[in-house]
Design a binder for this molecule. Structure first.
Ligand code: DHB
Length: 389
């Protein structure tokens, strides 16, 4: 079988690319090893930059984010027992939306299905070949039928454990890595909201993030050891950890039954260039960031926007100039996001071996941000999303 663009991965990046291509009259086939249900049930992050929201709405995926998502015009940074608001609207005139990645996936999957898009879930035995010549993808579909798919290009949007990435010869790639001595213990709890906005809290006992999902279910995280075992954490121990990091000076977290718990490991990773021959990497396949800046999904969607421009221009005009600049244009934002995620992570987490100097310096850093309009605006611009390429 043949298509113009073979897309590996039906996460938000792969499906968004397929959607944009279809609207421009360009064919694609999306190959995914997980089932549609499995992806729908994976709990992921929840913050969308305004640019991501605009892409979902303006490209006609869905406006559900505007109806069912929550617009957030700021966040709170909490340290030394006090909260400091970062007012995005006032500082940079923008907002973000709380709308879980799972819902982004469901909207995209529904839109592709309605439009008759060729999305194959639950495939096995995928292999990509001939990336420098005529790209091919072998796969076995959910019914056990084997296919050889020929394409002009392959988009590798197959996530942080990307198979596509490993097909790029070592001599043609450079990897950048950073490990952090932190992880997050994430929970879903049945409780009312504790705050109108997200709270990013730094304390002597470590970081905590108070996020939300619905009126009755909340999403929260606290800093933990990367090797922590969720089974060692009773509800009482979990709430104790949160209390010791955010409660005080009149603020008290609303608690309730914990309905899900997990440990999220952190790392920064960038694969360069994001292209090899006819293969273009997008999203987590090319880069991962620690979760503290909520950038992962937003970066993936931005990659796809830039990649779509390149492919569209190639098919419309025959010029590969925009495709050739894909990697550089995407990496420009990737490194800004790496910096922002690294900065938020190091500013807000407390290393287990922090000495008095590093702790006092950290509070000085937090103070220098919240007490300065320039400092707050730097954070606000990055959090809501830089102007696009
Ligand atoms: C959520 C996750 C994040 O990493 C973040 O920075 C903010 C919110 C969330 O899951 O709600």
């Amino acid at each position: 079988i043949k298509t113009q663009v073979a897309i590996m991965g039906a996460g938000p990046a792969g499906l968004m690319l397929s959607h944009l291509l279809a609207k421009a009259g360009i064919e694609s086939t999306v190959i995914e090893i997980r089932s549609r249900q499995e992806i729908s049930e994976t709990v992921r992050a929840g913050i969308l930059e305004h640019g991501t929201v605009n892409m979902l709405v303006d490209s006609g995926v869905s406006d559900r984010v505007l109806r069912e998502g929550d617009r957030h015009d700021g966040i709170e940074l909490r340290f030394n027992g006090e909260s400091h608001r970062i007012d995005f609207k006032d500082l940079v005139g923008e907002s973000v939306w709380l709308y879980p990645q799972t819902d982004v996936f469901m909207d995209l999957a529904a839109r592709r299905a309605d439009a008759g898009g060729d999305v194959r879930y639950s495939v096995t035995d995928t292999t990509v070949r001939d990336l420098e010549g005529s790209p091919k993808v072998w796969f076995t579909d959910a019914d056990g039928t084997e296919f050889e798919l020929h394409a002009d290009f392959i988009a590798g949007a197959d996530g942080s454990r990307s198979h596509c990435r490993f097909q790029i010869p070592e001599a043609h790639r450079k990897w950048y890595f950073h490990e952090y001595p932190f992880a997050w213990f994430g929970i879903l709890a049945e409780a009312p909201r504790s705050s109108d906005e997200l709270i990013y809290a730094n304390s002597d006992n470590g970081f905590a993030l108070i996020s939300q999902r619905t009126e009755t279910v909340q999403r929260m995280y606290f800093q933990c050891d990367p090797n922590e075992d969720v089974n060692n954490w009773s509800e009482e121990r979990i709430w104790d950890a949160f209390r010791s990091r955010v409660n005080g000076n009149g603020f008290e977290l609303k608690e309730g039954p914990v309905i899900d718990k997990m440990v999220l490991k952190f790392r920064s990773f960038v694969h360069t260039p994001m292209r090899h021959g006819k293969l273009f990497l997008a999203g987590d396949a090319a880069h991962t960031v620690p979760p503290t800046g909520a950038k992962g999904l937003n970066l993936a969607i931005h990659d796809v926007k830039v990649l779509f421009q390149g492919l569209d221009s190639y098919y419309k005009s025959g010029s590969s100039a925009l495709l050739d600049s894909y990697s550089d244009r995407a990496l420009d934002r990737v490194w800004k996001a790496q910096q922002f995620s690294y900065w938020m992570t190091s500013m807000l987490h407390t290393p287990a071996d922090a000495d008095d100097f590093s702790r006092a310096r950290q509070l000085g850093e937090l103070n220098s941000v919240v007490s300065s309009r320039h400092g707050r605006a730097y954070l606000a611009e990055a959090y809501t999303g830089w102007p696009s390429a």
